[in-house]
Design a binder for this molecule. Sequence first.
Ligand SMILES: Nc1ncnc2c1ncn2[C@@H]1O[C@H](COP(=O)(O)OP(=O)(O)OP(=O)(O)O)[C@@H](O)[C@H]1O
Ligand SMILES: [Mg+2]
Length: 255
Amino acid sequence: MSKFYINKSYIKSENILSIEDIDALLQEGQFIVKGGNVEVRRLQIGTIMCFIKKYFYKPSYRYLGRCSSAFGEKKSYDCFSKLEIPHPQVILCAEKRVIGKLHWSILATQEIPEATDLVSFLMSNNDHTLRKYIIDKIACMTGHIHNNGFFHGSLRLRNILLTQNTNPFFIDCPKGKYKKTPIGRGFIYDLLSIYKDITRVCTQEESKFFIAKYCAKTGKNIQQWQQKLPQMCYKKFGKMKPLRPLPTTLNTTNK
Ligand SMILES: Nc1ncnc2c1ncn2[C@@H]1O[C@H](COP(=O)(O)OP(=O)(O)OP(=O)(O)O)[C@@H](O)[C@H]1O
Ligand SMILES: [Mg+2]
């Protein structure tokens, strides 16, 4: 069965009566990105500026009894709310199924105004104190979700947005899940994903600082993981090329 969800605290549902209405909304949006099976648009719904993501599927029974990516992402955001992890508000969510076969799913989130993703930020900002402050925050956020048995599933720096007042928000989490085992593959996958990105835009000292803060939050042995994580990362991804020439000196301010 097709289904949709509308967050009534944000928009009036009178004008949206069916999932076709939601699909039609998309045509008006400003195009942001198009990937293999996903496109993202920016659009005002009512008074709310939104980012709307539509996932396309080759219709099959693969998703029979399984969550679509849009509802999966909504579930992750619900978990982030419980864990007090900053994230955008879900405005609406819909999935189209025909005789059990999933055709598309849509998720609209409230825009985080004037946000920068962490790759862009860490590529261009040389303020040593601010960089450390943000690395500390994302290590603690990662540790916090892991401590609560939740993994993000797409924990990349491009999927963390920074607000103007330097608050990191987790986004793009359709694969997020709770796991019963404390050290499962999901957690390692998260750690490797984010650590790989960090090594490409941060100094070695900053990468070590991330591991130290993550371990402090999760009660892991810092020395062990300072050795283990770079080795695992090398084994999985090979030698990573830095994305930016890292300055030998970084500025210091009093953040
Ligand atoms: N709520 C939001 N507020 C501000 N910007 C957003 C929001 N949601 C998405 N974006 C912007 O749109 C981009 C694409 O969104 P998102 O990461 O969810 O899609 P994706 O296509 O799955 O990305 P990826 O390339 O990581 O697979 C984000 O990197 C971000 O710049
Ligand atoms: Mg993304």
